[in-house]
Ligand binder design. Structure first.
Ligand SMILES: [Zn+2]
Length: 475
């Protein structure tokens, strides 16, 4: 890992100037139009003074004796983007690629939702990013995933009883994770104990809705964040309870994993046949009332439908060769799909998208998210977040609403004290300069003119340098 990070630092920084020293000097960014994503308003002709990684002042006639102004050339300044569901620690080298991919795409914050690295090593990298020693987005380490034994992924926290759930939360709290993440195979009693223990420990309780737990039960248990979207559409089916019971019964009778996957895969057709709009309105009203934040990861559907980028696209060439070749091998999640399920996939995706639009209109808070990981074929750090936002607009959100889910909603949900999706004094200087108004069209996000991370300015030439390094590394 260290080797490529070193190369990136060497190419991105003037020789002899440590990243940390640079981040702590003043920067005066002039002639920008500030985009207020929360309000949907523009303030042209502004300057932004950045000091010690924070926004110090915003106004029309700012001066600074201590620095040469950086000309924003009339560009549009937005808060940096967040991807609220990623996995950057699934291989020893993944951050080498993931961190610069995020920056070149204007993503200045990510929440990691499940990792194969020890927490201490994740925290060490997080600290090096915070000091500016390593260039990368702000990290939230929320990957303390808890599952029933033997665990869906290696290295998970495991709990099969209420007392084990409490013990696991004690460890999660002691190790310094940002949240407790429920996973799919937990039984209901253990899940409820986990929710209670997380609340007692003062940790946000987020994650999957377990496959044997009703969405309404998760709302009542106080789950604050839901990963992925399929369970919303399932809760809009009049047969949600029957589907849960079928799996509970089979597992109680000792069904093997193949049978369990069959039962779960059969849900798609049932949901399509029994999805009910009136019921859905009621479910969505409850979700909105509870302010359960949903991380939809709709872009994951591209993987199941084979909407994969060609081998010569820049995004593919920026991924390490061994990852590309692993992505080309058959995946167990695709192999687990029967032909019948595959044929239903398009209809299920369309229903998810309709339900997503209804959820948004009902006021369910959304955190833009992708599930990007080397372990998830054809989901890309950085690029996939922009795809996800485009998808929200294609489904019916305005560009401002899509942008809100990536800039304003995440830092507020994470309760960050120095970030709230506004560009104002005291806020962290995580910013992106664009050459067109993103409230009109998000395509301008594809070509940021400047990305500012913790006060450190990466201009277009430096972003190009990161891209070049990634392309060389991806060979
Ligand atoms: Zn994930």
């Amino acid at each position: 890992m260290r080797h490529l990070l070193h190369v990136i630092l060497a190419c991105a920084l003037p020789l002899g100037i440590p990243a940390q020293a640079q981040a702590q000097s003043d920067t005066l960014l002039t002639d920008v139009t500030i985009v207020d994503v929360a309000e949907g308003t523009l303030s042209p002709g502004q300057s932004v003074l950045i000091r010690d990684g924070l926004i110090a002042e915003v106004g029309e006639d700012l001066g600074s004796d201590t620095t040469t102004p950086v000309n924003g050339a009339g560009g549009y300044l937005i808060p940096g983007l967040w991807d609220s569901h990623v996995h950057i620690f699934s291989t020893p080298d993944e951050p080498d690629t993931a961190l610069p991919l995020y920056l070149i795409n204007g993503v200045t914050g990510v929440r990691d939702m499940g990792a194969l690295w020890p927490i201490a090593e994740q925290q060490a990298l997080q600290a090096r990013i915070e000091t500016g020693e390593v260039l990368g987005p702000r990290l939230i380490l929320a990957g303390a995933w808890v599952d029933a034994s033997p665990g869906s992924w290696p290295g998970m926290f495991l709990a099969d009883t209420a007392s084990e759930a409490r013990g696991v939360v004690d460890r999660i709290a002691a190790e310094g994770w940002a949240a407790v993440k429920a996973y799919s195979m937990l039984d209901e009693a253990t899940y409820l104990a986990l929710a209670e223990a997380a609340r007692d420990a003062g940790l946000p309780f987020v994650g999957h809705i377990p496959e044997r737990v009703a969405l309404g039960t998760a709302i009542d248990a106080g789950q604050a964040g839901m990963e992925h979207f399929g369970r919303v559409a399932m809760a809009c089916s009049t047969e949600e309870g029957a589907m849960l019971d079928a799996l509970r019964t089979a597992m109680a009778e000792g069904a093997d994993l193949t049978r369990v996957f069959e039962i779960m895969a059969a849900r798609n057709r049932i949901i399509l046949e029994t999805w009910d709009e009136t019921l859905c309105d009621a479910v969505l009203a409850r979700l909105a009332q509870a302010e359960m934040h949903v991380s939809p990861t709709l872009v994951v559907a591209d993987f199941y439908t084979g909407n994969w980028p060609g081998p010569d696209t820049p995004r593919m060439r920026m991924v390490p060769a061994e990852v590309r070749s692993a992505w080309g091998r058959p995946d167990f999640r695709l192999e687990a799909m029967t032909d019948e399920v595959r044929a239903l996939a398009e209809d299920s995706i369309a229903l998810d998208r309709l339900t997503f639009l209804m959820a948004h209109r009902a006021g369910v808070p959304i955190l833009a998210s992708t599930d990007a990981s080397f372990a998830n074929p054809y989901l890309f750090h950085g690029f996939s977040l922009l795809d996800e936002l485009d998808l929200y607009v294609a489904i019916g959100l305005t560009p401002r609403e899509a942008l809100y889910s990536a800039t304003v909603a995440p830092p507020r949900f994470f309760e960050l004290t120095d970030q709230d999706g506004t560009i104002a004094p005291g806020r962290r200087a995580d910013l992106v300069l664009l050459d067109a108004n993103p409230l009109d069209d998000l395509s301008t996000l594809r070509d940021p003119q400047m990305v500012i991370i913790g006060g450190r300015v990466l201009d277009r030439a430096e972003l190009d340098g990161l891209e070049t390094t990634l392309l060389e590394h991806g060979r």
